[in-house]
Design a protein. Structure first.
Length: 390
């Protein structure tokens, strides 16, 4: 039980959703042989390719980064994955974690002319981003009071989280804008039809607490804050007693469409050899994932505010120390909240919009040096859809 409570406290305070970096196939960035995988980093990259067409039947990638946990005894070799241990890192700091996944299915690229090319395909993508404000944590904490004792100076506490998974069908067009024999300028654009598969977010803001004066300053009283969390309604439609076919049908029934786009340019300095595809330097600039994913609130989503009297750390420990289901959590939250409501209608989760600068330098023979700078353009966020009711 102690381990469970440690993870419960740390997990709640780990959350967030500001800017994110998204999917990329780093090893092929800048390469003329990226082919049909090129639009994942820059739509303009599909023109300057030394073959007329290519098809990628399947590609997959997952990336993770965090300063909150450490994984020990992990190895893909010798069957040691099962021996891995997750350890929360001690310290007083802001914490973050992000993960992204990218599955590319039947991606194709076709050169229409030597100076114009199209690409298209189907992708399944997802990302999760979590971040907290500054808080102290150590593995000796066993209850809410221990956590509160260590974080009096860190209030108000904040934490946010967001994640989305979607399917997209995309089409890319790129062409050569300028070619003077020594330098080439290509430009490209991608339009994507997006279908939201699953999404969720949580925001905990302004969490404050005070010493419990009625108990001689021993323990704490919750003094303020708010908690919002929402998830996509199609998750409510999965039934453990139903078969796989019916569950898939029900799951997809309440999914919604949206659109997004990418745009990019690529500047190429030829190397002066007889091979038209030899280059000295290639510079790519792209703006990726400008769009949002559309969802509808699930039944167990909640908006709650603190402020109810006599909510002590002991009461919080009793209410949330033995949660076995989402309904249990909502019932416990309702019992200690000053106000609580069920959001309705639609919400949107921003895709991880970003600006990418990629420079690829040919060193010699088959050796290249590639460098990339990725800058988030807009913070990822969840937005409620405006509604008019009569």
């Amino acid at each position: 039980m102690r381990v469970y409570r440690n993870y419960l406290i740390a997990g709640v305070l780990l959350l967030s959703a500001p800017s994110v970096w998204s999917q990329n196939y780093q090893a092929i960035h800048g390469s003329s042989y990226a082919g049909s995988l090129g639009p994942a980093n820059n739509p303009a990259s599909i023109v300057y390719v030394p073959y007329n067409w290519d098809v990628t039947l399947f590609a997959v990638q997952s990336k993770e980064a965090t300063n909150a946990i450490k994984i020990k005894n992990y190895s893909l070799l010798f069957g040691k994955v099962k021996n891995a241990e997750i350890q929360f890192l001690n310290g007083n700091k802001k914490r973050f974690a992000y993960s992204d996944q990218n599955i590319r299915l039947l991606n194709a690229r076709i050169a229409i002319t030597p100076k114009s090319t199209v690409a298209f395909g189907v992708n399944i993508r997802g990302y999760e981003f979590l971040q907290s404000g500054k808080y102290a944590w150590n593995d000796s904490m066993t209850n809410v009071r221990d956590f509160a004792d260590a974080n009096v100076s860190n209030t108000p506490l904040t934490a946010n989280a967001m994640g989305a998974t979607w399917a997209e069908v995309y089409g890319t067009y790129a062409q050569t804008i300028k070619d003077d024999g020594n330098n080439i300028l290509n430009a490209g654009i991608t339009f994507k039809a997006v279908r939201g598969l699953a999404g969720a977010y949580a925001h905990a803001q302004g969490i404050e607490y005070l010493p419990n004066a009625s108990n001689n300053g021993i323990g704490y009283l919750l003094d303020g804050g708010s908690l919002q969390y929402g998830y996509s309604s199609n998750l409510d439609d999965v039934n453990n007693n139903s078969n796989v076919r019916n569950n898939i049908k029900n799951f997809m029934r309440r999914t919604f469409s949206s659109v997004s786009f990418d745009a990019g340019i690529e500047y190429i300095v030829r190397s002066g050899t007889d091979n038209d595809y030899d280059y000295g330097t290639k510079i790519g600039i792209s703006l990726m994932d400008i769009g949002r994913v559309h969802f509808r609130y699930g039944d167990k989503s909640r908006f709650a505010t603190a402020g109810k009297s006599n909510v002590t750390d002991s009461l919080l420990q009793n209410k949330f120390g033995n949660i076995n289901s989402f309904n249990d959590f909502n019932d416990s939250l309702a019992s200690i909240a000053n106000t609580i409501s069920v959001p309705g209608g639609d919400f949107f989760i921003s895709q991880p919009a970003r600006f990418i600068l990629n420079v690829d330098r040919h060193l010699s023979d088959n050796f290249f040096l590639n460098g990339e700078l990725t800058i988030p353009v807009l913070p990822a966020a969840a937005h409620r859809a405006p509604r008019f009711s009569r």
